[in-house]
Design a protein around this ligand. Sequence first.
Ligand SMILES: *[C@@H]1O[C@H](CO)[C@@H](O)[C@H](O)[C@H]1NC(C)=O
Length: 135
Amino acid sequence: MQLLTTVLFVVVLYCSILPFSQQQYTPDWKSLDTRPLPAWYDESKIGIFIHWGVFSVPSFESEWFWWDWKGSSPSPAAVAFMNKTYPSDWTYADFASQFRAEFYNPNEWADIFAASGAKYVYIIAFAIIVLSLSF
Ligand SMILES: *[C@@H]1O[C@H](CO)[C@@H](O)[C@H](O)[C@H]1NC(C)=O
């Protein structure tokens, strides 16, 4: 898992920096909003965004699971799910040890994505890693 995370991080860094390496931006929206939209993104009719992280372990509702469970106005459905499914002292961090990605098969996934007609796939994992693939 650590190797996968490292590889994803390097790929993301490379893909993020390469197209913009000659352009200088300042850390504000006015500047950042001047960045060009990549043609492959703008011209694609179908793309796939995958949110994949420890919230995938309980697989309840969405990537907003933590907020639904522990946020300022918890969802009764999320709380009931946790009451029924996990011990009362379970924490969100406890899901991390169960996030093993044992079904991660990039070749199979790529075949499925390509067959869907999607022209790009974003895998948003661990809330900090974004992997961009275009084909
Ligand atoms: C969840 O469990 C807590 C603690 O036992 C309880 O106070 C609460 O009513 C339960 N909520 C739901 C929606 O099951």
